[in-house]
Design a protein around this ligand. Structure first.
Ligand code: SF4
Ligand code: SF4
Length: 458
């Protein structure tokens, strides 16, 4: 399926064909299973436990027919006869009082940029601009470490706005977390998402010292990025960011520097962007569609998402080529999807929001995640009063994927988890065809890589 070398034209043609196939063959027909034609054998994906099996043409034809007849009882019986039945890997019981293992601090609820689509209303989350005081950051860290046992790990993330607006508190909080972690024999992993415009050379040494995962928001190459991510005065930022990140890219050892691209209708050249950024030396590059913005600008329509699927598959084909040639190609979405498919990831939630992960506002209010800062729908308590377990458990009961429609009828539900809570609550489920199309393609790619380059998984 994958040729040894693809030129841009043939890459686009092949990606177009695969995207069309994925879009038309990934619709939800049965909540129990999904059939994925993949070369000489069909892959049977079982929702329960996210299990994959190669099946014969005859079995595939039988299951396809039963699926078209919507005969779920006969599908259940056929799977049992094949020895593929199993007790439910996930039941209706929601998580209860989970321990917090990750916090993101809105260390600065302000930003120097004026991105049209910003989920945080240009950094202030719809309220007055403010920095998080160091005392609030330290109290957050105390909460994070409170019940940790020796040998465990926690995650501390700095977000904004633009977190480097409040560099002093960020550094002192990092130092504090590092010291407190050592005292308790708890490993604290640090991460930051930054727009890159305020980075200074000595930030690189600081992030390297503490082993930060640094994510730089970049929305394309040159002018494409500048149109989407200007300063508040409208001037471009790309050239400055690229200059600023050079010390980080060169210094990364313990530190990992990744690029994150928010995809809007204005920056759909994904394969070109991916190759450019990987060529610059980023540890990984990932794409995420803009499904909801605070002012509606830049949101992706169904047609845009169809186009994006094609672009993602083009990137996936490039990934496959490199893997077959034994070369590293850190396309993050693909790496994550393949690992999850190989592992049989199955989860009742899309992410840790409101469970093990919470966001903290500059005022010390707890939220289900960074996007719910200042939003009543995601309130989770406060540093003053601790996690509000009534709010948290209610959230976990209502956000369980079995409670979501139409997720409980969707074959992809335990890989997807029901979609980002914030986007779903604000906009509904607008990206399901895109999600299923991408998973359909990555299951095919998994079958190819398992056959042709199994060493990649090691
Ligand atoms: S959000 Fe995910 S699980 Fe729910 S219907 Fe859409 S693709 Fe399926
Ligand atoms: S709710 Fe959405 S934005 Fe928040 S952590 Fe989950 S996926 Fe991310």
């Amino acid at each position: 399926m994958t040729p040894t070398l693809l030129q841009a034209d043939s890459l686009a043609v092949m990606a177009g064909e695969l995207a069309y196939h994925a879009a038309t063959h990934s619709k939800p027909h049965s909540p129990q299973m999904h059939l994925v034609p993949a070369g000489s054998a069909t892959q049977l994906f079982l929702a329960n436990g996210s299990r994959l099996h190669s099946i014969s043409d005859e079995t595939a034809a039988t299951l396809k027919q039963l699926q078209e007849q919507k005969n779920e009882a006969a599908i259940t019986a056929t799977l049992a006869a094949l020895g593929l039945d199993a007790p439910p890997a996930i039941d209706d019981t929601p998580l209860k009082n989970p321990k917090t293992y990750a916090l993101s601090l809105a260390i600065a609820q302000k930003c120097n940029m004026g991105c049209a689509y910003c989920y945080a209303d240009q950094g202030d989350f719809g309220g007055p601009i403010k920095n998080m005081p160091l005392t609030t950051a330290k109290r957050s860290i105390d909460l994070l470490l409170a019940d940790c046992t020796a040998g465990s790990k926690v995650q501390l993330t700095f977000l904004g706005g633009e977190p480097l607006v409040n560099r002093k508190a960020l550094r002192e909080a990092t130092q504090y977390a590092s010291e407190q972690g050592k005292l308790k024999n708890v490993q604290v992993n640090f991460s930051i998402t930054t727009n890159g415009t305020l980075l200074k050379a000595d930030d690189a040494a600081f992030f390297e010292q503490h082993g930060f995962a640094v994510t730089i928001s970049l929305d394309g190459i040159g002018e494409q990025h500048d149109r989407l991510r200007p300063l508040k005065n409208g001037s471009g930022t790309y050239a400055q960011i690229i200059e600023n990140i050079q010390p980080l890219l060169q210094m990364q050892r313990k530190m990992q520097v990744s690029a994150r691209v928010t995809v809007t209708p204005l920056n759909m050249d994904l394969a070109q962007t991916l190759q450019e950024f990987i060529g610059m030396g980023f540890h990984s590059v990932g794409f995420s569609p803009l499904l909801r913005s605070s002012n509606g600008q830049g949101e992706m329509t169904q047609q845009d998402l169809e186009q994006m699927l094609q672009g993602m598959i083009a990137c996936g084909l490039l990934f496959e080529q490199h893997v077959l040639a034994g070369k590293r190609f850190p396309f993050l979405n693909m790496v994550n999807a393949l690992k999850e498919i190989a592992k049989g990831t199955h989860r009742p939630y899309p992410c840790g929001a409101g469970a093990g992960y919470m966001g903290v506002s500059a005022d010390g209010e707890l939220a289900a995640c960074h996007r719910f800062v200042n939003e009543p729908a995601g309130r989770m308590g406060s540093l003053d009063n601790g996690v509000d377990h009534t709010l948290q458990n209610n959230w976990l009961a209502t956000r369980h994927v079995h409670q979501q429609q139409p997720c409980n009828q969707c074959w992809a539900r335990y890989l997807c988890g029901g979609g980002c809570h914030h986007e779903v609550l604000e906009k509904g489920r607008t990206a399901c065809d895109y999600i299923r199309g991408w998973l359909h393609y990555t299951i095919q790619a998994h079958a190819r890589i398992t056959r042709l380059a199994p060493h990649w998984y090691k």
